[in-house]
Design a protein around this ligand. Sequence first.
Ligand code: DOR
Ligand code: ZN
Length: 345
Amino acid sequence: MNTLTITRPDDWHLHLRDGEQLRAVLPYTAKQFARAIVMPNLRPPVVTVDMALAYRDRILAALPEDRKSGFEPLMTLYLTDNTPPSEIVRAKESGAIHGVKLYPAGATTNSDAGVTDLAKCYATLEIMEKMDMPLLVHGEVTDPGIDVFDREKVFIDRILAPLVQRFPGLRIVFEHVTTRDAVQFVRQAPHQIAATITAHHLLLNRNAIFQGGIRPHHYCLPVLKREVHRQALLEAATGGESKFFLGTDSAPHSQAAKESSCGCAGMFTAHAAIELYATAFEQADALDKLEAFASFHGADFYRLPRNRDTIALNKENWIVPQQYEFAAENLIPLYANTVLSWRMA
Ligand code: DOR
Ligand code: ZN
């Protein structure tokens, strides 16, 4: 197969940042995808509808001319201990906000304002359930006593499973799942529970963090896991199951912020997002399953129409640049200076 044509995909989990950084990274996503669920972990976080709508305007203004009408940012609200139920009503009425993001406080980048105790959010979650506003979950506990590689599994047991029980009508996206445990949980859960999977968790296991030395550009959260988990993710992504769909979690940080004594979590993958997924699907001999995963399952879950136009991927070697410009800094992409064998036409 030399050309693969698929319905234009959507990215159901993306970090676009703001200002000059937004302008630097947005074109890569807008070129490939029709829509993206935009994460709200800015500084300060996007906690109100007004903030989300203003952020949406900044994203639209930053779009390249040729994608002005071709790309739609799908906004999210950042859940805090104090998000009032009335804000959910306003979010639903706005038509522009498609999910509310749960960051356990301290779990990841800019999550300090996140939720300290989910019980504080019950009234808000109840309205979300009633109004059919999806909850998007960063599924890791923050308990320092729990090993960093076990934080997703413990989150399922302590937080997610009880949450699903308590709010049986709430639609939940378990974001960027990284373990076999998460895959199994989502599979056996009711139909309103789904999950996104990143390209980097499909392509890399935790050895990549320590290959010949410490590799800060392979550090993200949730952290890469063992090979058995990667295999479980691949099986879920390529199995044609409608509960699993594409979410890059492309999370740009400057080279200086990554290559530091305390480097930031996040991999930048937007430069070659669909090509990276194609690479993983090809390795699993499942290129025929890419379109449903990338372009159908997410839209169906979010109850949005599937896209109508298509993109084409050519079987063609190209070398990922060593770096991209990122405001006045550098951005090191995943697979920098490495040959990829799929390229968007
Ligand atoms: O690796 C990550 N980076 N994981 C997250 O959850 C947040 C993200 C970021 O915003 O940099
Ligand atoms: Zn993320």
